[in-house]
Design a protein around this ligand. Structure first.
Ligand code: ZN
Length: 164
């Protein structure tokens, strides 16, 4: 017996000066989403061909870009130690971590786990995130999970090694 624990993201587009647009993949230049400030408002564009869970994650990720938008030159200055590619990756990592925290709050997971909900697939459905995102979040929080995933990866590696 379990309840849906989906974090509602409607508040993001209810912020003043925030507009959300969905764009087809061919217009997204390989991106899940992007955030920019144009015509006096923040514009978040999300790839509409992605799955629902992916679009939710992207919106949460882009929300962090939006929050940091005006302060970015200052708060991102020391990231990457002068290496632009590394700096860009670290910014993405920050936004991904923020999205995971927003979509899968630690105390909600703690409660679900204590109630015996310890299956990655079930928790992913409950929180309306991908299994991959849930798996990563649980590992980050220190839960012992995904033995099946780990076993599958080990099998694939062994197979790859066997092929040489
Ligand atoms: Zn990003």
């Amino acid at each position: 017996m379990w309840r849906i624990a989906e974090v509602a993201l409607g508040f993001i587009i209810e912020q003043p000066k925030v507009e959300l647009q969905l764009a087809p993949r061919f217009k997204m230049d390989g991106l899940f989403g992007l955030t920019t400030f144009t015509h006096g408002r923040y514009l978040i564009v999300i790839n509409k061909n992605d799955s629902h869970v992916r679009r939710r994650f992207t919106l949460a990720h882009e929300f962090r870009h939006l929050l940091d938008y005006t302060a970015a030159p200052t708060i991102h200055k020391s990231l990457g130690y002068g290496n632009e590619a590394r700096q860009a990756q670290q910014i993405e990592n920050i936004c991904n971590h923020f999205a995971a925290c927003l979509l899968v709050p630690r105390n909600w997971i703690k409660r679900a786990w204590a109630n015996g909900l310890q299956d990655v697939s079930t928790l992913a459905v409950m929180f309306n995130v991908s299994e991959e995102a849930m798996d990563r979040r649980l590992r980050f929080l220190g839960y012992q999970v995904a033995r099946r995933l780990v076993a599958a990866i080990a099998r694939d590696r062994a197979r790859g090694a066997a092929r040489g």
